[in-house]
Design a protein around this ligand. Sequence first.
Ligand code: GUN
Length: 311
Amino acid sequence: MNEDNSDHMAQIIDGKALATRIREKMKDRIPQLEAQYGRRPSLYVILVGEDPGSRIYVRNKINAATSVGMDARLIHFDDDVSESDLLNLIHVLNEDPLVDGILVQLPLPAHMNEERVVDAIAKDKDVDGFHALNVGALWQGTHGITPCTPKGIIQLIMSTGIPIAGKIAVVVGRSNIVGKPVAKLLLDENATVIITHTRTPDLKAMTTQADILVVAVGKERLITADMIKPGAVVIDVGITRNADGKLVGDVDFEAARKVAGYITPVPGGVGPLTIAMLLKNTMECFLNHAETHSRVSKLWTTIINARIGSK
Ligand code: GUN
């Protein structure tokens, strides 16, 4: 550790490069799977309304899925669509054997109940991992779909080669999408986990203990260099546009680089991994569906043969 050296600079964890490697592997595998199962993984993304941020996110997701060879479709509703029309569409996609993944981009308009909409998605097609049964599976440690950003954060930390087991991990933020699930994944990797939030009285007293610091709040410069333990792995999940129109994270990056051991940039850190993990989740759903389908087909063959044989 060279924290006493004023020239010290943390290694940057290049999320874009890591995501590209994951996507390239998938791109190579999809033609083989298509030859084996007769179809490609498919992802249906539902967007309601015209929120400019959501439109960009959705476009990035569709483009990423298409670029690896998946069949990706966008279904775009006006923001006055009724919740029951949206639920009916989800029910039809749930029943369609050619659909592997369903994602409803959030936030939804105020007249809709997000929980009801998310929970209407079949749990084995819920590529976001937001369905109550997938959240339950995560916390119970049973098999389910893991949410994309937390899953990507673990991959980013692992890419440093620093073992997670035995480390103190501090999570700043307790959202359902990032803070809470990433805390559970870190616990599963045998870190000792501290979850902090807006009511934590002395945030710095917590963050300075962190061998691994994950910050997911959405507040520019919330984490300054003096709040970081020398040599720590710092994962910055925040992404906001500041007064100068620049995309920034929650960590004061330039100052933090002089203290941390490893740090993710914004943009180019967590964001690309979130999308790569969405593709991974879609792939897992596809493999699960394709395997189930081929097992059921074999059983039908057995049943039909038995009927022919008994005539
Ligand atoms: N809105 C912001 N982040 C996400 C996400 O990860 N998934 C969905 N569905 N909506 C979001």
